[in-house]
Design a protein around this ligand. Structure first.
Ligand SMILES: C[S@@+](CC[C@H](N)C(=O)[O-])C[C@H]1O[C@@H](n2cnc3c(N)ncnc32)[C@H](O)[C@@H]1O
Length: 214
């Protein structure tokens, strides 16, 4: 397995794409209306977490951080696109916002009870996934959990869509392949669920209380 820990140059292009479409992207994704079942999945995830703050990694318009705050927890926003992050932090009126790359998470170890990574790790080519998952493992408290949503069934590469006409990289995993990548960095895979939302699946993972894998 190749583990790459330096920044991927393509992230600059992705950041530019999200910055250029920040307003439209916010209008499309700031609420759950286009994501049937997602709110319930997140609520079910949040109740399983130990006490403590939750990171919304690749927060975009902050839909999941907003839901997290509504449950009484501190939600921390992180995103590599400063323009989107700033607008989201202003709209949610939160000081807890950090600009950073998923492959080099700028947080101390064991500081989060939970991490939500909705549709962000798929923007990294596969050799970079291990670095991002290692960062998730490192920043979760023992017993803390991460809910990671990814896509399956496509061919990796740059794409544009009618709704998002700026280039983004997509990596596609089969769910078991992604589960193996999680286990390889010491995360226990609690659930692997194919979503009812098209080609999405979610991996619920845990940093084992003992520090072991599984
Ligand atoms: C598909 S959007 C998902 C946004 C939000 N999580 C949601 O579900 O609506 C991907 C987000 O990840 C951010 N992103 C992309 N690559 C990233 C990276 N390497 N590190 C941190 N954030 C990244 C983008 O700026 C964008 O806000």
């Amino acid at each position: 397995m190749t583990v790459t820990t330096t920044a991927w140059p393509g992230t600059a292009r992705i950041r530019q794409s999200y910055a250029s479409l920040a307003e439209q992207y916010t209008a499309m994704t700031a609420s759950y209306s286009r994501f049937p079942g997602l709110q319930q999945e997140l609520e079910a995830f949040l109740v399983t977490l130990p006490d403590g703050p939750v990171l919304d990694l690749g927060c975009g318009a902050g839909r999941d951080a907003h839901l997290t705050s509504a449950t009484g927890r501190t939600a921390v926003l992180a995103d590599v696109t400063i323009e989107l992050l700033t607008a989201t932090a202003t709209r949610l009126a939160t000081p807890h916002a950090v600009c950073g790359d998923a492959i080099a998470l700028p947080f101390r170890q064991a500081c989060f009870a939970g991490i939500i990574a909705s549709g962000v790790l798929l923007h990294l080519p596969k050799p970079y996934t291990a670095a991002a998952l290692t960062g998730i493992h490192r920043t979760l408290r023992p017993g803390g959990r991460a809910l990671i949503s990814m896509k399956h069934g496509g061919r990796d590469g740059w794409r544009t869509t009618e709704e998002f006409p700026a280039p983004r990289w997509f990596s596609y995993y089969e769910p078991e392949e992604f589960a193996d990548a999680c286990r390889a960095v010491g995360l226990r895979v609690v659930h692997l669920d194919k979503s009812t939302r098209k080609d999405w699946f979610t991996a619920t993972t845990e940093r084992p209380p003992s520090g072991g894998g599984g």
